[in-house]
Design a protein around this ligand. Structure first.
Ligand code: DGI
Ligand code: FE
Ligand code: FE
Length: 195
């Protein structure tokens, strides 16, 4: 589907705040793609659709996963909001007719991250965190500047802040979030050792 058509449909499925956030992520992802010589169009589609399955109740999310045989981990069972990434992939394919595997993968890993994320994955993950309507995270000013300079350093900072936040809050931590943090930590250390 064309972007404008998707926007029209999404507006019906998302609440007002989520829709505004979605547009913020789409344009922030586009800007990051420009700064890092990535595909701007792909970044916009990923931003537009990343939360397309967000406005569904937890109960409904679990039901959808069962129906479509999407694997639900113990952490996801306890924190079903995490499933909006996986269900987002399903909806992006079925409802919005997206078949670009790179866009679908970026949506899949946008909440926890994943080791070996590619440039588009990082751009979406970071845009989600820094888009202009966000105002709660610590270090936002610094992270927003860093994002246009170094994607890996930005990933590490966001993951570290997110893990700290979840530990303080006592939230269930998905092993993927920790793995991703460790991956970027190692990657950056290696880079520094070679300098
Ligand atoms: O859907 P959004 O709110 O736009 O953003 P998101 O999909 O990145 O979700 C953000 C939330 O996800 C944020 O409150 C931190 C949380 N999160 C990230 N990793 C984990 C996590 N929550 C839990 N419980 N466990 C995780 O590993
Ligand atoms: Fe999300
Ligand atoms: Fe989001």
């Amino acid at each position: 589907m064309k972007r404008l058509e998707i926007e029209k449909k999404l507006k019906k499925y998302l609440d007002k705040e989520r829709y505004t956030h979605t547009l913020g992520v789409m344009y922030t992802a586009a800007s990051l793609a420009m700064a890092h010589q990535a595909d701007v169009e792909q970044a916009m589609y990923a931003g537009l659709l990343h939360d397309c399955a967000k406005c569904i109740s937890n109960k409904e999310k679990l039901k959808i996963c069962k129906k479509h045989k999407i694997a639900v981990s113990a952490v996801e069972k306890h924190s079903p909001f995490l499933l909006h990434a996986k269900i987002g992939v399903l909806y992006a394919k079925k409802i919005y007719k997206i078949d670009d595997p790179k866009i679908l993968h970026a949506i899949q890993v946008h909440t926890t991250g994943a080791p070996k994320m590619n440039t588009l994955d990082k751009i979406l993950f970071i845009a989600d965190y820094i888009e202009p309507n966000r105002d709660k995270a610590p270090n936002l000013e610094h992270i927003r500047k860093l994002a246009f300079d170094d994607l890996d350093q930005t990933m590490l900072q966001i993951l570290s802040d997110t893990l700290e936040y979840l530990e303080k809050k006592g939230g269930d931590i998905d092993p993927l979030t920790v793995e991703t943090y460790k991956y970027f930590n190692k990657k950056i250390k290696k880079k520094e050792d070679n300098l």
